[in-house]
Design a protein around this ligand. Structure first.
Ligand SMILES: NC(=O)c1ccc[n+]([C@@H]2O[C@H](COP(=O)([O-])OP(=O)(O)OC[C@H]3O[C@@H](n4cnc5c(N)ncnc54)[C@H](O)[C@@H]3O)[C@@H](O)[C@H]2O)c1
Ligand SMILES: [Zn+2]
Ligand SMILES: [Zn+2]
Length: 335
């Protein structure tokens, strides 16, 4: 592919020093996200070095080391002003690796560079900061904050991929009484334990409803998050909720899921959905700096950019490979 060039005066061209693969990229390859057309460069997560800036870019300078957020922020539309840049009306939102070419390349054009990037803090490891491009803000905002996790809550999380694990990590900030991780892959459940789930359920062999009922006097979970993106886990999440509970969907869905309103109309549940807005990135940077969250635990594999096919394969076969986040760097990694 040709290297990108400045197209708008608010653009920056960023040399990608490290990038990673998201579960959403797997959904795209599966055909779940038809907006993505053939030939699109995927990727919406990067840490890199600014190579060039348009004449309208004020804060970001050539040579700056930046986190490229998965959400681009025009900064002036109604939704950006309300902190909901995921719904940006001014040409931002989730566009990288979706509507425009993304970060899984040597260089990326970053629109609205001033508001869509964050300086990499001095002394921070690139790959730790990379975890703040998407998975941590997505799980924290769309799972934990939308789910309204409060101290003492019983929190059930369907899916222990990087996003589900981020939900476990950030739910813990609110001192829930139990975190129940549900996944089909034992390797991912093992990771869930390390990230702070006190109960793990492999739903291929065990019924999560029974486990959660036994922990809650038969009631169900206070908060349930869906971090997979298939109908079965959305339907499961609803089933696991207590009356009056909250169900926060994070997963990207490509097929319709059934809402059993004939059972649920009477149960006072709240269901939220959302695309990450990344308004929590500054908060998460502070939590990382003060060790309240720990990003390096996500990184299981390193590759150079020559090995993208291998990296996709390892990430897609996580049950066998134990992959959580795979980092692709421009230089051979020391680790
Ligand atoms: N809403 C947003 O803004 C946003 C942002 C980022 C990611 N996402 C979505 O979050 C989801 C998770 O992302 P990820 O990177 O962790 O993906 P991933 O593919 O690495 O993880 C998904 C996990 O779900 C498990 N799983 C699959 N089917 C299951 C089933 N029937 N029951 C239980 N577990 C099952 C898999 O074993 C895997 O561990 C994806 O749908 C992704 O597209 C949404
Ligand atoms: Zn993503
Ligand atoms: Zn906007």
């Amino acid at each position: 592919m040709p290297d990108p060039e400045i197209a708008d005066d608010t653009d920056a061209i960023v040399r990608v020093d490290s990038t990673t693969i998201c579960g959403t990229d797997l959904h795209i390859l599966k055909g779940d996200v038809p907006v993505v057309t053939d030939g699109r460069i995927l990727g919406h997560e990067a840490v890199g070095t600014v190579e060039a800036v348009g004449s309208g870019v004020k804060r970001v300078k050539v040579g700056d080391r930046v986190l490229v957020s998965c959400v681009s922020v025009c900064g002036t539309c109604r939704f950006c002003r309300e902190g909901h840049a995921g719904q940006c009306l001014g040409g931002g939102g989730w566009i990288l690796g979706y509507k425009i070419d993304g970060t899984q390349a040597e260089y990326v054009r970053v629109p609205f560079a001033d508001a869509s990037t964050y300086p990499v803090p001095a002394g921070a490891a690139d790959e730790d900061i990379l975890m703040l491009a998407d998975i941590l803000p997505a799980a924290y905002e769309v799972g934990v904050l939308n789910g309204g996790v409060r101290p003492g809550d019983v929190v059930a999380i369907a899916g222990s991929g990087p996003v589900g694990l981020s939900a476990i990590m950030s739910a813990r900030l609110f001192s829930p009484s139990h975190i129940i991780a549900i996944d089909l892959a034992d390797s991912r459940l093992e990771a869930a334990k390390q990230f702070g789930a006190d109960v793990t359920v492999n739903n291929a062999t065990q019924d999560p409803l029974e486990v959660i009922r036994s922990l809650t006097g038969g009631l169900g979970a206070d908060v349930t998050t869906e971090a997979v993106g298939v109908p079965a886990t959305f339907e499961l999440a609803v089933k696991l909720s207590r009356p009056g509970g909250r169900i926060a969907n994070i997963g990207v869905h490509g097929e319709p899921a059934t809402l059993h309103l004939e059972e649920q109309w009477i149960r006072n549940i709240t269901i939220t959905t959302g695309l990450v807005d990344a308004y929590s990135t500054p908060t998460l940077l502070r939590l990382l700096a003060t060790h309240h969250i720990d990003a390096d635990r996500f990184i299981t594999h390193h590759f150079t950019m020559e090995d993208f096919d291998k990296a996709y394969d390892v990430f897609a076969r996580a049950a066998d490979t134990g992959a959580l986040k795979v980092v692709l760097s421009r230089m051979p990694s020391a680790a």
